[in-house]
Design a protein around this ligand. Structure first.
Ligand code: DAH
Length: 360
């Protein structure tokens, strides 16, 4: 039995000396694991005479229980010590300034903001959003919109063409959002009320032109639509967009192949003092082109112009964004300068709504 008490003393010392939970676990496995020292003693019981087995078995099991208990209480002590050490090393200084969240530092680009504003205004008037691809066919960008082959209006668009395909067809980067009118009329039944915001491309670059820019197109096709509806919609839009109670508008005769009659719209403003104010003043500023959709376009899109009429307009988004937010060089929009964006950009969680304010 002296062997047994030596073993117990030895194991108890090892338990007490275990410095952390891993060391303690190693002691446990060496004593009580399958090949552990106490397990080995228990295995010898089978070879003993019944009497001897009784006393030896009881003695070994008592040692086993005491060692198990010693390991258990040592584990609690080590756990508590480990937790204390962690709490001491992981303290948080609650007086440190809070780091700004990404929603505070990120900014919405003014072009995206204006697109969201346009969407809010026209959605309120019952318009849906329609989209089309940036890469278009000549047919949708020009022919179906009543630009005859070789017509000088095609030249005015400074088109970026792709190399001809094997069959001779040349795709292009759309020069305006008007092809989305064609796609919408071909794909939907009237009544149609859509706006089509998107990227457009022309080979042009200076303070007021960039090769890629943005337009928004509007299209209404129905049975009784007339020019009075068009004027009302544009006036409501201008008041809502420029956030003024009234605007004076001037409709000047113009020419676009896809509308007849065609008009350009100016709004009255005051340019004194280096800034533009709407709803007052003696100056005029052109903001969009519009007209009644040409019967040829309606026919080209599979509808009967004797049954359906409609009107359309097209506007430069970058231009109205510059006017509204006092940005004087179009190219700044596309320079990707974060300092510029943090000055002119909008907070991401301030979504423009008519009720809550568009640009507040
Ligand atoms: N597509 C024309 C352009 O880019 C703008 C335009 C004018 C669109 C009159 C229209 C419209 O829908 O009716 O110059």
């Amino acid at each position: 039995m002296t062997d047994l008490s030596t073993l117990e003393t030895d194991l108890t010392a090892q338990v007490a000396a275990a410095a952390d939970e891993a060391a303690l676990e190693a002691v446990r496995v060496a004593a009580l694991g399958k090949k552990g020292s106490i397990s080995a003693l228990l295995a010898t019981l089978g070879t003993m005479a019944p009497d001897e087995r009784k006393t030896a078995g009881a003695a070994i099991n008592q040692v086993k229980d005491r060692v198990t208990e010693a390991i258990g209480s040592r584990r609690e002590v080590l756990k508590a010590a480990a937790l204390d050490a962690r709490l001491a090393s992981e303290t948080v200084d609650v007086t440190l300034p809070v780091r700004e969240s990404p929603t505070e530092t990120g900014r919405i680009h003014p072009i995206s903001q204006v697109m969201d504003e346009l969407t809010a205004i026209f959605a309120d008037m019952g318009f849906a959003i329609a989209e089309g691809p940036d890469i278009e066919t000549d047919d949708f960008n020009f022919t179906k919109l009543n630009f005859p082959e070789g017509h000088p209006a095609r030249e005015m668009h400074d088109t970026f063409f792709f190399n001809p395909k094997a069959d001779g067809e040349r795709l292009l980067l759309r020069t305006h959002t008007s092809p989305v009118q064609v796609r919408t009329m071909l794909g939907q039944k009237p009544p149609i009320r859509v706006i089509c915001p998107g990227r457009t491309y022309r080979n042009d670059s200076d303070q007021t032109h960039t090769p890629m820019f943005h337009q928004v197109e509007g299209l209404v096709i129905d049975k009784g639509s007339h020019i009075g509806h068009l004027k009302w919609i544009l006036e409501e839009f201008c008041k809502a967009f420029f956030e003024v109670d009234s605007v004076k508008m001037r409709f000047r005769p113009s020419f676009f192949p896809f509308t007849e009659p065609s008009m350009e719209v100016d709004i009255q403003c005051n340019r004194q003092g280096g800034e533009v104010r709407f709803g007052e003043g003696e100056d005029w500023l052109e903001i969009l082109g519009c007209g009644m959709v040409h019967p040829n376009v309606i026919r080209n899109c599979g509808l009967d112009p004797d049954v359906y009429q409609g009107f359309a307009w097209g506007m430069g988004i970058d231009r109205i964004a510059m006017l509204k937010y006092g940005i004087n060089d179009l190219r700044q929009f596309f320079e990707g300068d974060v300092r510029w964006l943090s000055h002119y950009g909008f907070k991401p969680l301030d979504l423009p709504t008519l009720a809550g304010g568009l640009s507040s």
